[in-house]
Design a protein around this ligand. Structure first.
Ligand SMILES: NC(=O)c1ccc[n+]([C@@H]2O[C@H](COP(=O)([O-])OP(=O)(O)OC[C@H]3O[C@@H](n4cnc5c(N)ncnc54)[C@H](OP(=O)(O)O)[C@@H]3O)[C@@H](O)[C@H]2O)c1
Length: 337
């Protein structure tokens, strides 16, 4: 079968098309014919060797994808041939709170990822996807959507009427916008371009702020909220944004710490957090139970992931290059097969 893999080094130029034997399912396993993948910021870090000290070569990168069950091993009860499923980002986090053991087995590093024609996974490590989604859309769910789901709904518990601020218009961000709207929140989106902000308003954002032309966006959020600040903030920027995020959030509000796009270390005046009674919650994707709850909501509300562009399987390096250069609105997907 055809795969894309890193064989000689962790760098984009070393991402090469290869051949591996097609897998057969063992007891308790299924084989998926992969139909689509989608890129996350993490995948670019993995390819550049900047993520996951336990990652080893050769490695098939990319965590998020969708496939059809084409073979089942003995004893399989959770899946049947023909089911369309996503392999879970964390193969061993089935439910309950996270733990070191549940974090150990993630796809696209250290485990092989989804850029392959066929994939062998434990039946426990998959979940069905809503029927109304295209393959390119369904491929976006395991990491980007689930992270946003837990930030806003699972852990965030956003309620109708809450004010939610979302940073950017990338993959996690637009799912956060969609889930916050689903919960009945008033959503404020930050972006670097007015064109993307207009698209965010089309998606349901109630208010928008250009964080380039309004670098004091924390004050703008306060102005929009009667001086109080937002109830919940989805923090993706990291070093350059965290302090403003703290100032933009109301006393007693919540910040979901998800990304570190501008850097991983920030010097913060801690009394800002103490005196404002803030809750800072770290979010790292989610469990299979979380995924199934999210998939039910997506199905019930016929919500559709925002896919900016779809590449062919032969264009994987071009897809990575575009992801890094173009800052897509939402997701980039790759058709497989
Ligand atoms: N903890 C987890 O489990 C988890 C899961 C998924 C992702 N992440 C992390 O979350 C971050 C986003 O991932 P992604 O895959 O959604 O990335 P992405 O699709 O590449 O989105 C990046 C977007 O973030 C916005 N952005 C960049 N710098 C910003 C800043 N200084 N202030 C505000 N917005 C900024 C930009 O939006 P505009 O172009 O609109 O300006 C950019 O398009 C990454 O750091 C990733 O590693 C963490």
């Amino acid at each position: 079968m055809r795969v894309w893999e890193l064989r000689r080094a962790f760098e984009l130029d070393a991402l090469e098309a290869g051949d591996r034997p097609a897998p057969e399912p063992c007891r308790g396993e299924v084989v998926l014919k992969m139909r689509a993948a989608s890129l996350n910021y993490r995948d670019t870090l993995v390819v550049h060797g900047a993520y996951g000290p336990r990652n080893t070569l050769p490695l098939i990168p990319v965590s998020d994808g969708v496939g059809e069950v084409v073979a089942v091993g003995d004893g399989v009860t959770r899946a049947a041939v023909g089911d369309r499923v996503c392999p879970m980002f964390f193969q061993s986090w089935l439910g309950g709170p996270p733990s070191q053991a549940k974090f150990a087995a993630s796809l696209g590093g250290p485990l092989d990822g989804v850029l392959c024609e066929f994939m062998r996974v434990a039946e426990d490590g998959i979940a069905k996807v809503p029927a109304h989604l295209s393959d390119a859309e369904a491929a976006c769910l395991p990491c980007a959507a689930l992270t946003a789901w837990r930030a806003v709904i699972g852990q965030g518990r956003v309620r109708p009427g809450d004010v939610v601020v979302v940073q950017g218009t990338g993959g996690v961000a637009l799912f956060a916008v969609q889930f916050a709207k689903l919960a009945g929140a008033r959503v404020i989106v930050l972006s670097s371009t007015d064109e993307k902000l207009a698209r965010a308003r089309d998606l349901g954002a109630d208010e928008t702020i250009n964080y380039r032309s309004t670098p004091g966006w924390d004050m703008a959020v306060k102005d929009l909220t009667g001086g109080e600040g937002c109830d919940h903030l989805v923090e993706l920027g990291g070093a350059d944004t965290l302090e403003r995020s703290i100032r933009a959030t109301r006393i007693g509000g919540t910040i979901s710490l998800i990304g570190v796009l501008s850097g991983a270390a920030a010097a913060i005046a801690l009394p800002l957090i103490v005196m404002r009674h803030l809750r800072l919650q770290g979010i790292t994707v989610g469990s299979r139970d979380d995924f199934e709850a999210m998939a039910r909501a997506i199905d019930r509300h016929q919500l559709r992931p925002i896919v900016d562009r779809v590449f062919a399987f032969g264009q994987v390096p071009a897809a990575f290059a575009a992801f890094e250069a173009e800052r897509p609105f939402g997701k980039l997907s790759i058709r497989i097969g």
